[in-house]
Design a protein around this ligand. Structure first.
Ligand SMILES: Cc1cc2nc3c(=O)[nH]c(=O)nc-3n(C[C@H](O)[C@H](O)[C@H](O)COP(=O)(O)O)c2cc1C
Length: 182
């Protein structure tokens, strides 16, 4: 797939087949992720890959409960309170991109790696979605402990990956507002 086609076709996928994603495929996505640029070439990204169903469900459950404690949006609260709402949409894999430690550019660096990973997934016919709702929990000592993440790591981007159950319609983009200075 051409790069521009992947950029146009990538969607936030929220409905997955249960098919497991093999280690080699996920490893390929991670190798695409680390091609991202990083400030002063620090390459701060670290990866945690969760494919164990029981662990995915546990993290989804605990992240939902964690988020509910602080969520002020009534709409999001209603989603989170729905017992049928799986915060990872039952995806078969979660790739958490974390920085090795807190640093001024860690969010930019890890977000660029995340975008590479999501585009590479699209190129492979896979769906992905950044799950911001899980971030607070994954950054907490409790979340890090469940995943066995070193306390110094700073989780930035939880990305679910899986085989899409169907097509995801695009969200139309607003026309870019540009101030041209020629
Ligand atoms: C930082 C970030 C956090 C996001 N968090 C969530 C989330 O928690 N749950 C979810 O379903 N989608 C989440 N998304 C996906 C966006 O809702 C999605 O990208 C947006 O609606 C545009 O749709 P598209 O990606 O298909 O173009 C997140 C995206 C980003 C970049």
């Amino acid at each position: 797939m051409e790069l521009l086609e992947a950029i146009r076709r990538r969607r936030a996928v929220r409905d997955y087949l249960p098919d497991a994603i093999d280690e080699a495929t996920l490893d390929g996505l991670i190798h695409a992720a680390v091609q991202a640029p990083s400030a002063v070439d620090s390459q701060p990204w670290r990866f945690v890959v969760v494919r164990q169903r029981a662990m995915l469900d546990r993290v989804a459950r605990e992240a939902k409960a964690w988020r509910l404690r602080s969520e002020s949006s009534a709409e999001l609260r209603a989603h989170l309170e729905n017992p049928g709402f799986h915060i990872f949409y039952n995806a078969p894999a979660l790739v958490l991109i974390a920085a090795e430690h807190e640093s001024p550019w860690m969010v930019e660096d890890c977000a660029l790696a995340a975008q590479n990973l999501m585009l590479a997934a699209c190129d492979q016919g896979l769906g992905s979605c950044w799950i911001g709702l899980a971030q607070d929990y994954l950054r907490s000592p409790a979340g890090k402990e469940v995943l066995g993440i070193p306390p110094a790591w700073a989780p930035v981007a939880p990305i679910i990956v899986g085989r899409p159950r169907g097509a995801t319609p695009p969200h139309p983009r607003r026309e870019p507002q540009v101030r041209w200075i020629d």
